[in-house]
Design a protein around this ligand. Structure first.
Ligand SMILES: C[S@@+](CC[C@H](N)C(=O)[O-])C[C@H]1O[C@@H](n2cnc3c(N)ncnc32)[C@H](O)[C@@H]1O
Length: 207
């Protein structure tokens, strides 16, 4: 992903964090407890929202070295001494089957190389009653003007935004990976360009 992207990341997200993301992260993580894995943890923007009293293990997986350095600083700043940092791609998670109660992914499935493989890994490491919590930006409605713009802009956006893809059909991928999506809502990000606005947030259960 690179040092420049990592150093600009929090700044690039600042408007969206104020407009909605900070509140969404807080809501998403409000009742999270037990053994928790976050994939693509980035610079640690979710970290302040985890409840220390309810979490028995917190693993923050992040494959990019520049992002991981910032994540380590965030862990220190937030005084999360128990958090474990892992250099791990979500396509190949270095954890046994059924080792987590919750897996968290915020703005990650747009960036991974192979979403289907990532989702099968998430499912594998989750316990049978486990929850997959997510906030992701996604493809606009098929055939819409916005979807056409996403397709046009995707090649440029990808290069400028750390490999991020604009038009992933993430809800469908999650369902196809064997999750139930009853608690996953479609929504709109604020504070970002229109082609990044279509989003989903909530939870998916192993079904
Ligand atoms: C847009 S950032 C999101 C960071 C953070 N989750 C957040 O909410 O701000 C995407 C993150 O996914 C990470 N990433 C990219 N490819 C990945 C992969 N294959 N597995 C896990 N993480 C990946 C990137 O390094 C980056 O930190």
């Amino acid at each position: 992903m690179g040092r420049i992207f990592a150093s600009l990341y929090d700044l690039m997200l600042r408007r969206a964090e104020h407009a909605c993301l900070r509140a969404w992260r807080r809501d998403l993580l409000l009742d999270v407890g037990g053994e928790v894995l976050e994939i693509g943890a980035g610079t640690g923007l979710d970290l302040p929202h985890y409840r220390r009293d309810a979490i028995t293990r917190l693993v923050l997986a992040e494959p990019d070295a520049a992002m991981r350095r910032r994540l380590a600083r965030c862990v220190e700043r937030e005084n999360w001494s128990r958090a474990e940092l892992a250099d791990a791609r979500a396509e190949s998670l270095p954890f046994p089957d059924a080792s987590f109660d919750v897996v968290v992914s915020t703005l990650v499935l747009c960036s991974v190389a192979d979403p289907a493989l990532v989702l099968s890994e998430v499912r594998r490491v989750l316990r049978a009653t486990g929850r997959f919590l997510l906030i992701e930006h996604v493809a606009a409605a098929p055939g819409s003007r916005l979807r056409k713009w996403q397709a046009r802009l995707d090649p440029i956006w990808r290069r400028c935004a750390g490999g991020c893809r604009l038009a992933r059909e993430t809800t469908r991928s999650i369902e196809q990976a064997g999750f139930s999506i009853a608690a996953l809502a479609s929504t709109e990000l604020a504070g970002v360009p229109p082609f990044v606005r279509p989003a989903i947030r909530g939870s998916a259960m192993r079904s």
